[in-house]
Structure formats: structure tokens, C-alpha cells
Design a protein around this ligand. Structure first.
Ligand code: HEM
Length: 458
């Protein structure tokens, strides 16, 4: 698979192959021919997998991802079974609109810290890398919302050890997965010590909050963890290790994903002053220059919402979604790049990648847009057309769809609308000379950062 040999540009490499050979690709692992990976960039088939009547037969939790259990073994990697239903219901309660409103003061508090630290950095250095602070902002926010712990890495200091532990955990577990695939379990297990050390640092946060609740301290604190316990609906199977796994999964779901969305959005706004002005006017028309931001008004910002959608079309943080696994053999016909009808047989145990990045840039899924404009950032499409020029509502599906759709979509939008509104009400964002956005995987970030000058508006 091209992406495997080009880890930092995996999504782009796979897109090139999709554009050349078609929206459904089958790869066979030369080291293990029984293991097949299917890449799906056909939006009609993705729709079938998400919301078709047989959605449950597209399982999660394929064995190739067993090393990712450490950070995604909660909801993301659970099978479509009773345990998943119980966990989904429990955490769904902690991410409803009502719950999000209870988190609003926390999010606003973190955004005020963000504004303070970037302003200071900009004053001292004449420029600031917004991506660096978005990454810390989303980490602080998801740690606070998930575990109930306020770590404020945006301010630097000792708590940066948590963000370092998180990066070590993801980096080492990712390398271990590749090593296991190509060099065997022994090679992969050499990273176990490093993984455990990073895990311990993060688990200490969870343990501290379990102890807090056991001692009856701060029982009315608003967090995903507290709301889950408060609900009295914690399923029987969710003992302390299982709860820990679930909370780590929330952290994984809500950190780099949202930082990526914020970084590429701010980057495009810096590169495109017309859209920046248009969105700034919309924000100021709705909420003025220094009045308190208002949740309902934020939701109604059409241009900003269109800009977020277009950013998520070009840079969906989960480039291959949360994968699926076929549970039975299944034939599917589709149209190839040559316009011919083709047939693919999916086999039981196939590892399926929902190639969101590729499908959102693959011209045949977007019949209204010109094929040569698929890589252009143009939010106007989402203002003029509900599907942004896509053939169906599933041409654009950065959060997946159906019963297993992302649980954090509303939270990501809320963070995005709020932080961009504060930024644009206060500053004109101007790119540093010579800087350009550059994508980088496995987390969809910009290798060049998002380097800008912040010019105060008043
Ligand atoms: C821009 C930000 C985000 C993007 C692009 C994103 C993307 C996704 C995608 C593609 C899936 C798989 C959906 C499917 O296969 O149908 C997913 C699942 C999930 N996401 Fe997100 N996500 C984002 C933010 C968040 C946040 C903030 C949280 C945490 C609060 C979160 C928690 C989850 C969870 C728990 C699942 C698994 C749901 C299940 O399997 O039942 N995500 N996300």
C-alpha cells in the first residue's frame, strides 16, 4: 500500500493511487498474503457502510490494530456489540448539547488563556505558530473535559510532561504496530517499556480523579468522567481499567483531530484575506467586537461554518476514518476511473480503510465541482449547496456517519467556532513571509506549523 511506505505523506500517496486506479483498491500484505487491506474512496459504498441496513456487519476492532488498544481501545475499537452500546449510551450523555453548555465556561476559560499566551508570544517574537498553541489548547481542553483535570500546558511548566507522554505513547505504539506487521512481535515488544512509562504518566491523571470522586470531593464538577458517573448508568463491565481505556480513547479522539482542524482553518484564513474579512464581519455583525460570545449566535455563523466544512473536506484529521472489518464475503459493483463497471469481492476479515481524505478529494464523488478544483479551498461551495457540490451527503463525511459516527463532532465545532471568533474579533492574521501550509501524517498537522503575525484590530 503506497501509504505504508510513505508514512508522513500517506494520505496524499493513497489519493494519487485512487485518482489513477479508481475508488476501490485491494492490497495484499506480501509478508502475510491472507491479510488484505481494502481502501474505499467511493462515497456510495462509504454511505452503505455508515448507514446501510446492514451497517452492523461492518465491524470495528480488527486484530491488526491490537497495539492501538492502549489509546483507542474504548469506543473507537469496540465491536458492534452490547458493550459498545452501553459505552456509547454512557458517553453520549456526556456529549449532548446540554452537556456541552455545561462545559462552555471551561472552554471559554481555556480560550482566554490561549488568547493571552499567543498575544504575549506575538508581542515578544513578532510572530506566533498558532498550530503549536492549538495543539496545547485542545490537549488542555480535552484533558479537562474528559478527566476533570486542569493542566494548563499552554502556560508551559511541569505539566508539559503530560503532552510529552501522550506524544511518546502515540509515536511508540504507532511504530510498534508497523514493526509487528513487518518484523514480528519480538521487534515490536522492544518498545513496550517506553509505552508503559508514558501510559503511567497519563493514567495518574485518571487515578487522581477516581480517588477524588471516591472521597466525595467536587462531585458536581462538569466533565465527561463526572457526568458518566453521575448518570448512574455505568455498565457492569466498565470496571476501573475499562473506564481508563474509555477515557484514554476520548483523549485520542479529541486532541490532534481538533488541533488539525483549527490549524488548517487558521492557515487558510491567513492565506485568504477576503474570506478572513468576510468571516470577521459576520462575527462582529452577530456579536459585536467585545460582547460575550453567544452559543446560539456562534452556531448561526454561516460563512464560518462553511469555512470549517471546507477545511474538514480537504484535511479530515482521521484520514482513513476509524476503519471497518468485513465479517462475510460480499460483492460490490462500482465505476472505475475508465468509466467501466467493475466488481470487487470483499472477504471476511478484510481490513477496510474508509479513505475519507481520498474520497473528499476524488472528483467523481463531487460532480458539481470542476475536477481540476478538487484541491482548492473554497467555502463558497458550502454556502451555495447543502452538500458542498458533492453527489450525496456522504461525499463530505469527516466525522463518518450512522450509529458509529464521531461522538465529538459538536464539541469540535464548538471549539472551532469559539476560538476563531475570538481570534478574528481581535486580530488580523497575516502569514509570515515565505510560510506555506504543508500536510503531515499520521496526525494531520502542518509540518511548517501555522506561522502568522497577529495585527491588533484596535
Ligand atoms: C475535527 C475533529 C474530529 C474529527 C475529524 C473526528 C473524526 C472521527 C471519525 C472519522 C470517526 C469514525 C466514525 C465512523 O467510522 O463512522 C470518529 C469516531 C469517534 N470520535 Fe471523533 N473526530 C473529531 C473529534 C472528536 C472529539 C472532540 C472527540 C471527543 C470528545 C471524538 C471522539 C470520538 C469517538 C469516541 C469516536 C468513536 C465513536 C464510536 O465508535 O461509537 N472525536 N471521529
Amino acid at each position: 500500500m503506497p501509504g505504508i511506505f510513505n508514512v508522513t505523506r500517506a494520505a496524499e500517496a493513497n489519493l494519487e493511487v485512487v485518482r489513477k486506479h479508481g475508488p476501490l483498491l485491494r492490497f495484499v500484505n506480501v509478508f502475510n498474503p491472507m491479510r488484505r487491506t481494502i481502501l474505499i474512496a467511493d462515497s456510495a459504498l462509504l454511505k452503505e457502510i455508515y448507514v446501510g441496513k446492514d451497517w452492523e456487519k461492518w465491524e470495528r476492532g480488527h486484530e491488526v490494530l491490537k497495539r492501538s488498544q492502549i489509546f483507542a481501545g474504548g469506543l473507537i475499537l469496540m465491536h458492534n456489540d452490547e458493550r459498545w452500546r452501553g459505552a456509547r449510551e454512557l458517553f453520549g450523555r456526556a456529549l449532548t448539547n446540554v452537556a456541552l453548555r455545561s462545559y462552555w465556561p471551561i472552554i471559554k476559560g481555556n480560550i482566554s488563556t490561549f488568547m493571552e499566551v499567543i498575544s504575549e508570544h506575538n508581542k515578544v517574537h513578532g510572530e506566533v505558530d498558532l498550530q503549536e498553541y492549538f495543539t496545547k489548547f485542545t490537549f488542555d481542553t480535552i484533558v479537562r473535559l474528559t478527566f476533570g483535570e486542569d493542566i494548563q500546558t499552554m502556560r508551559g511548566g511541569e505539566n508539559l510532561k503530560y503532552i510529552k507522554a501522550w506524544d511518546d505513547l502515540l509515536g511508540s505504539a504507532g511504530i510498534a504496530t508497523l514493526l509487528e506487521m513487518f518484523a514480528g512481535q519480538w521487534a515490536a515488544s522492544r518498545l513496550d517499556k517506553k509505552i508503559r512509562a508514558a501510559e503511567d504518566v497519563l493514567h495518574s491523571l485518571i487515578r487522581a480523579n477516581i480517588e477524588r470522586r471516591n472521597k466525595g470531593i467536587d462531585l458536581d464538577r462538569s466533565s465527561i468522567f463526572d457526568i458518566a458517573y453521575e448518570s448512574g448508568k455505568v455498565p457492569d463491565f466498565m470496571d476501573e481499567p475499562e473506564m481508563t481505556k474509555q477515557l484514554m480513547t476520548m483523549l485520542f479522539g479529541g486532541h490532534d483531530t481538533t488541533a488539525s482542524m483549527l490549524g488548517f482553518l487558521a492557515g487558510h484564513l491567513a492565506e485568504n484575506q477576503e474570506w478572513q474579512d468576510r468571516i470577521r464581519m459576520e462575527i462582529i455583525d452577530a456579536m459585536g467586537t467585545d460582547a460575550e460570545l453567544n452559543l446560539d449566535k456562534l452556531e448561526g455563523l454561516k460563512c464560518l461554518n462553511a469555512a470549517i466544512k471546507e477545511t474538514l473536506r480537504l484535511y479530515p484529521a482521521a484520514v482513513n476514518g476509524a476503519h471497518r472489518m468485513a465479517t462475510e464475503d460480499w460483492d460490490y459493483t462500482y465505476t472505475g476511473t475508465d468509466g467501466q463497471t467493475k466488481l470487487i469481492r470483499l472477504k471476511s476479515n478484510d481490513f477496510i480503510l474508509n479513505a475519507i481524505f481520498a474520497s473528499q478529494r476524488y472528483a467523481p464523488n463531487w460532480s458539481k465541482r470542476h475536477p481540476s478544483a478538487m484541491d482548492e479551498w473554497n467555502p463558497q461551495w458550502f454556502l451555495d449547496d447543502l452538500n458542498g457540490g458533492g453527489n450525496t451527503a456522504f461525499s463530505q463525511a469527516p466525522f463518518g456517519g450512522g450509529a458509529r459516527k464521531c461522538l465529538g463532532e459538536k464539541l469540535a465545532y464548538l471549539e472551532g467556532r469559539t476560538i476563531v471568533s475570538e481570534l478574528l474579533r481581535n486580530y488580523k492574521i497575516v502569514p509570515v513571509k515565505g510560510w506555506k501550509l504543508k500536510t503531515f501524517q499520521p496526525s494531520m498537522l502542518s509540518t511548517a506549523g501555522v506561522r502568522v503575525h497577529l495585527v491588533p484590530l484596535s
